[in-house]
Design a protein around this ligand. Structure first.
Ligand code: ZN
Length: 259
């Protein structure tokens, strides 16, 4: 059994025994893995405190066959998520990023570009205490759109999700959660799970999805001007869309409100 090395973000850590921890990690090289870290709860030892939630670390692990948990043998901390510098909104947003990765990705399915986007997003969220709710919200929106795009779930925003006809963004536009995007007037009737989205919210979504990837605009301090009501509308839309994708609401979505 060969030892593998990887760079990993800690998505979840559950105490398993007096001394051991089961961790869910999103690795750059192997995608999501779950592993047992024997001695992971000890402050001293091969893991020290590298397995804290949201930390970035370098790990060594032994891959087990199909069902069995991988075995972590070493973890070295590269970056800790500092709650004091993130503030509560930043921390909640970071928890959400972790849950999103856990729910949207499959085991052993690597997505290096998504890993890099998550890593960058956690860095900016980790410094977001004084950034303001609208900036934090935009980091989250951009990460969500990047994740949806890279995982093949990006909703259609300007062409009808059913027939491909151009859908003009004016007034309110029907958005089908099951159809996977906006709907034209001809395709709208009879569709289930359809909400009506304001053209302003749709426009903001389109703009952020064009600029996604690096979360670059916001990281450089150039946050878009999105009104609170529009942010609320987008939050509701994405909550519902993602819940529909994974089959249930995400636990951490509730704490994302920026009121
Ligand atoms: Zn159509």
């Amino acid at each position: 059994m060969a030892a593998e090395k990887a760079t990993a973000l800690v998505l979840r850590a559950i105490d398993f025994s007096e001394t051991s921890v089961i961790v869910t990690l999103f690795t750059r090289e192997f995608g999501k893995i779950s592993g047992l870290a024997k001695g992971g709860r000890r402050l001293k030892g091969p893991f020290e405190s590298a397995l804290d939630l949201l930390a970035l670390c370098r790990i060594v692990f032994l891959r087990k066959s199909s069902d069995a948990l991988d075995l972590l043998t070493e973890a070295k901390l590269e970056r800790r998520f500092r709650v004091s510098e993130a503030g509560l909104a930043g921390l909640n947003a970071a928890f959400y990023v972790a849950e999103l990765l856990r729910e949207l990705t499959h085991d052993n399915d690597p997505h290096a570009e998504l890993f890099d986007a998550a890593d960058r997003t956690l860095v900016v969220l980790g410094q977001s205490r004084d950034a303001g709710a609208h900036v934090t919200a935009q980091h989250v929106f951009r990460f969500e759109l990047t994740a949806l795009r890279l995982l093949g779930h990006m909703p259609s925003l300007d062409a009808c999700a059913e027939c491909g006809a151009t859908v003009e963004a004016k007034g309110r536009v029907p958005f089908g959660h099951t159809a996977g995007g906006v709907l034209c007037a001809a395709c709208r009737p009879g569709k289930r799970n359809v909400v009506s989205l304001s053209a302003v919210a749709l426009g903001a979504l389109g703009k952020m999805s064009e600029e996604d990837g690096a979360a670059s605009g916001v990281a450089d301090g150039v946050a878009m001007d999105i009104e609170r009501s529009t942010r609320g509308e987008l939050r509701g839309l994405l909550n519902h869309y993602i819940a529909h994708l994974v089959g249930h609401e995400l636990r951490t979505q509730k704490s994302l409100s920026d009121r």
